[in-house]
Design a binder for this molecule. Structure first.
Ligand code: K1U
Ligand code: ZN
Length: 197
């Protein structure tokens, strides 16, 4: 079937996605998460050229980092790697990891929702952001296979938040200048206090 592509498997948000290696299978490292207003958070990520052992190891380290920080998502930008890689797990049980490599939004709903967001790069700050209620994303998985993901509710919000990171955008940039400046000062003070401890 030269020239014809196999149909994409659609990932729905309610069933386990990609096997997640346990620490018995592979060594996973906890990475340092950049903190706002670090200018490296505004770097635009480049596409992954090949899903190889280096990228799989990055994915595993990002999952380890996300789980240990009790986040529901993490973009490679946040760990100072500027390639288009995202990990997400919005399951209650924390056992449904999602890996999105070179993600592209292919469909977004007209309906918008407003919800509270947080960010591991802006700890202890939560505020309301407007997002598309539903999105469809195409991406490669940890094995380099093309997938499509239909997402709604928290998963849709998280996908949009993480994809913003890949284009160098942090959620506080949706807030007013006044709020953003307050957050910037708070973060700088906290980092300074921690370094003085
Ligand atoms: O990208 C990140 O920094 C991770 C971020 C993802 C996210 C949370 C909430 C809405 C959109 C995207 C977090 O995991 S923040 C911490 C967290 O677990 C959380 C915060 C608020 C609501 C739900 C979860
Ligand atoms: Zn974030």
């Amino acid at each position: 079937m030269a020239g014809r592509r196999a149909p994409l498997r659609t990932i729905h948000s309610c069933f386990p996605l990609f096997p997640h290696p346990t620490s018995a299978d592979t060594f996973m490292a906890r990475l340092t998460i950049l903190r706002y207003p670090d200018p490296r958070l505004h770097t635009v990520a480049r596409p992954v050229a090949q899903v190889d052992a280096r990228i799989q190891s990055l994915v595993d380290d990002m999952l380890e980092t996300m789980y240990s920080a009790q986040g529901i998502g993490l973009a490679a930008t946040q760990v100072d790697v500027h390639e288009r890689v995202i990990v997400i797990d919005v399951s209650e049980e924390r056992n449904t990891p999602l890996v999105l490599i070179n993600p592209e939004l292919v469909v977004v709903s007209d309906e918008m929702i407003v919800g509270d967001e947080g960010c591991l790069s802006v700890p202890a700050v939560y505020d309301k952001v407007e997002r598309h209620a539903r999105v469809t994303v195409r991406a490669l998985d940890r094995e380099g296979r093309e997938r499509a993901l239909d997402a709604e509710e928290l998963l849709a919000v998280c996908v949009q938040h993480e994809m913003d990171h890949l284009r160098g955008k942090v959620f506080v940039e949706y807030l007013s200048t006044l709020k953003r400046n307050r957050i910037r000062s708070k973060m700088l003070k906290r980092t300074k206090d921690e370094q003085g401890e």
